[in-house]
Design a protein around this ligand. Structure first.
Ligand code: SAM
Ligand code: SF4
Length: 456
């Protein structure tokens, strides 16, 4: 097991200015960093050096991802759960939470609301216990979501899922149901902490969880998302273990994760632990985590959820975040009935609706992207990385980002957002040359002529 070989000897050894700058120089080559490099970056409190770290992370983000930010919304279909995770409101022994699994009709209503706001990507989320149909419930839900079509270009074009680990045969079924990314957070890589916070249910089995992505890859799923729930254990240990997990997957399957999520513990009803995290991560360290990950795995997307406040989200966008959720609700049925309290998974830091988030992002100079092109054209897993590493992916992402944003502006945006968005589109175009410019102009023209869902 890769964790057995993890070297944590120097995890708190202070690094010198020289060592720090040597690692930054290496990171600037965009080939990633190993665990000992990460230790050097984690162990220097000199503010000047950390500013250099943040500046380089900004530069790497700009080189690889440009000014794009991919937008999605979570869809909580059920909060039924048989596990006892001491940080989560959905844990089985929490009797204060209202239990609910949405019917297919209710799922369809939720999706109608999201698509009428302009969303094109959702992340389906569920607790680990399904209604009578068992795992079929998830497959039916995926089918329901893809079937919804609303006015204009209202439809979901990519569903990522965050559900409990499956066996290989179930993963195969998930792949057949046309999921985008299968996302699973290890929560903590530290075994003792893992056992202490997962006390009942299938999730208490550390090995079943840590081997889940192996089974997903064996089943043919090639886009996987990983993550750590920060606040449960020492973040430095978690980063090292996460990097070791990525290296292990790359060595074994030839592909690493498509995305990394960086959730921090948020207060959840019925969870004392979530209110006083044993290893709280400060905002400053959180920014360092994002910057170090950006340099260590430059081609892997980083996802920031609405757990964080608008202010912190803005800071981390610049340093490497490539995907964000917007307008989220964490209770099943929360889009249709946002006033209904008592069924949420945790409290949110950013409560704004999609249009407001989009306007804010645009004013900061980021291009909101609703693109689902790579996944639709089969550019996933190793094929995606082959395009991403030489920088070729940008000549697809920017045109697709622009065309899907233009769809949003024409079909869903408020007049104010549309005005600001069109200015950003013009500004982005003025900075493009060659193939990116040519493809962007063509796609934008097709959208303006009334075509929808165009991508390259
Ligand atoms: N039930 C599945 C599981 O646990 O893997 C998937 C859904 S679970 C709702 C998704 C994620 O929510 C968990 O992996 C965990 O990291 C996160 N989560 C749970 N409680 C949280 C809290 N209080 N604050 C922030 N994130 C939390
Ligand atoms: Fe259930 Fe997942 Fe919450 Fe644990 S984190 S209680 S498995 S929903």
């Amino acid at each position: 097991m890769f964790l057995d070989k993890l070297n944590t000897e120097n995890i708190n050894t202070p690094s010198s200015k020289e060592q720090f700058r040597i690692v930054l120089k290496k990171a600037a080559e965009l080939k990633g960093l190993n665990e000992s490099d990460a230790v050097v970056l984690m162990n220097n409190a000199d503010q000047e050096l950390n500013e250099e770290l943040f500046a380089l992370a900004r530069q790497v983000k700009e080189t690889i991802y440009g000014n794009r930010l991919v937008i999605f919304a979570p869809l909580y279909v059920s909060n039924l759960c048989a596990n006892e995770c001491s940080y989560c409101a959905f844990r089985v022994k929490n009797h204060t939470v209202k239990r609910r699994a949405l019917s297919q009709k209710e799922i369809s209503e939720e999706i109608k609301i999201l698509t009428s706001q302009g969303h094109k990507r959702v992340l389906l989320v569920a607790g680990e216990s399904y209604p009578d149909q068992g795992f079929r419930y998830i497959l039916d839900s995926l089918d329901t979501i893809y079937r919804v079509k609303t006015d204009k270009s209202g439809e979901i074009r990519r569903i990522n899922v965050n559900i409990a680990p499956l066996g290989i045969d179930e993963f195969k079924e998930l792949k057949l149901a046309k999921i985008g990314t299968y996302q699973l957070f290890q929560e903590t890589y530290h075994r003792q902490t893992y056992s202490a916070v997962h006390t009942a249910g299938k999730k208490a089995d550390f090995h079943w969880r840590i081997s889940a992505l192996d089974r997903a890859f064996q089943a043919g799923i090639s886009d996987a998302g990983i993550g750590v729930l920060f606040g449960l254990y020492n973040w430095k240990y978690e980063i090292l273990a996460l990097l070791a997990h990525i290296k292990y997957l790359e060595n074994k399957f030839g592909i690493g994760p498509h995305t990394i999520s960086v959730p921090r513990l948020e207060p959840a009803a019925g969870s004392d632990l979530s209110v006083s995290p044993p290893y709280p991560v400060s905002d400053h360290d959180f920014c360092r985590i994002v910057a170090i990950l950006r340099l260590a795995v430059p081609y892997t997307g980083i996802i920031m959820s609405t757990r964080e406040t608008a202010r912190l989200r803005r800071e981390t966008f610049a340093m490497g975040v490539s995907q964000i959720s917007a307008g989220s609700r964490t209770n099943p049925g929360g889009y249709a009935n946002s006033a209904e309290a008592g069924a949420e998974q945790f409290s949110l830091g950013d409560h704004r609706l999609l249009d407001e988030v989009i306007r804010d992002i645009v004013l900061l100079g980021y291009l909101p992207s609703f693109c689902t092109g790579c996944y639709r054209l089969g550019r996933v897993g190793a094929d995606f990385m082959d395009l991403a590493k030489p920088g070729e992916i940008r000549t697809h992402c920017t045109p697709n980002g622009l065309s899907t944003f233009m769809e949003y502006l024409l079909d869903f945006a408020s007049p104010e957002t549309r005005l600001k968005g069109e200015t950003l589109v013009a500004k982005t175009l003025s900075g493009l040359t060659g193939r990116s410019l040519e493809r962007s102009m063509k796609l934008l023209q097709r959208v303006k002529n009334g075509e929808r869902d165009v991508y390259c």
